[in-house]
Design a protein around this ligand. Sequence first.
Ligand SMILES: Nc1nc2c(c(=O)[nH]1)N[C@H]1C(S)=C(S)[C@@H](COP(=O)(O)O)O[C@H]1N2
Ligand SMILES: [Mo]
Length: 532
Amino acid sequence: MISNDGPAMIDRRPLHFTLAGIAATLIYFGTAEFIAGAFQSAAAPLLILGQAIIPLTPTALIKAAIAVFGTHDKLALVLTIVVVGVAIGAGIGRIGVNRRSLALVLFIGLGLLPVVLGLSTGGSLAAAVPALVGLAVGIAAYLGLIRLGERSEHSMRDVTRSDRGPATGTPGQPDRRAFFGLAAGVSAVGIAAIAAGQSAAILARNAAGTLTKLVLPRPATSAAPVPAGASFQLPGLAPIITPNENFYRIDTALIPPAVDASSWSLRIHGMVEQEVEITMDELLGLPLEEHYVSLACVSNEVGGDLVGNAKWLGYPVRELLARARPKAGADMVLSASDDGFSASTPLEVLTDDRAALLAVGMNGEPLPREHGFPARLVVPGLYGFVSATKWVTDIEVTRFADKEAYWTTRGWSTHGPVLVASRVDVPQAGIHVTAENGGTIVTAGMAWAQHTGIAKVEVRLDNGDWQSAQLSDELTKDTWRQWRCELTGVQTGSHTVTVRATDAEGNVQISERRPAIPGSATGLHSRDFTVD
Ligand SMILES: Nc1nc2c(c(=O)[nH]1)N[C@H]1C(S)=C(S)[C@@H](COP(=O)(O)O)O[C@H]1N2
Ligand SMILES: [Mo]
């Protein structure tokens, strides 16, 4: 007798069902992404799931993801959803070994999740199409694959049962090969379709950005050109004006909202004597002002690059609020965009004489879509999360006691004044330097304390004394400044340069290391370098 438990009798069904589940999940995502991409629809399940997950994700995790992936955090999120989805799909597929109808119910339930989420956030019925077609294709792939898998199993059993011996055990082989081939093929097509759908979405987004071009009027008040003395021209040192394409981007939108300038309007309401609504035509007809303002993110790490400086064109928020006439007792302005973000800004900051703008232009161009097209707020002296609402459509005059903004409900502070900060840019990380003229090393970087101004920057080599750095000419007290210092007598070997800034009110940068939550990271930035 030939025993029944030879190697040929390994039960492959769990493997088949698991692989079928994986392939089905990939082809589900792929079909849906592809359809959504082809019709330039926002109904792609990955997008819907991503948007649903962002608000549920612990803030610390979001900030960590931004720190690790930078502006690729959105791609990382999409990939995470695919990987987690595939893992769940594998598990459900495996359940089908014993309970096939349960597996189907679970697949249908999960596949419909983006449909339900899409509809509940105001999506149209048409927006359900990509996920529904994806689900149909995914289920068909699962059932087809397990049938093929079973056929290969049965033929193996038939062979063994009829006792014909291993040499004739081949009739099951073609089916088995067909199974693995089909499972791999379906998975590959799924992955390719996900990639195609995502690329189509990116292309469509870029095209939309150019379609909605807006012609900016000449400023009524222009900013002076950047004086030569404002910049030290040094390789590796951040430029005084950050080009738009290099400006950091932080927001909770998986895809930057596409807001049409002609239908855009801003409403000012709440604790006001007079509600005000302003359209883009009206806004562009007002005397617009140009101001240099540096913007920083509260979650910028010590030495990080979530800070930039631009020349903004806009209308003073102070003037708009004067039209609405805030009522006594109001102390906060809650600005919001249609994507669910909101920021709480102290009313007094928006009514004093600083250049708080409802901005339409950035460095001489209409706002790029990522930076808030067609209009956003920019407020000197506050972190972006409490002031710089992009795609802004709503301004409510209220009280801190009555309303909370997006990040405040997630553990961040209500008020967000910027702390004095500085950073080493030169020598660049990982670069070996040669000391000129017997040990002279040039070090340089940026320092900022928006709306107060930088008064002093000091540099320390290793554990030496603090020495004063040279400062570039100040553009305005709302912008960052460059600093530069020549270190002399530097020996060959490893060194560390540390920087600290002092603002115009005499506040010295906090050297104690503190995490970003709730009100910005503190600590001094150092750069290690090697002199050859
Ligand atoms: N609508 C909207 N506006 C927003 C945000 C957002 O998530 N949504 N993020 C804010 C944060 S945290 C910062 S730091 C700045 C960043 O502006 P930027 O992306 O133009 O650099 O935008 C602010 N405005
Ligand atoms: Mo931010």
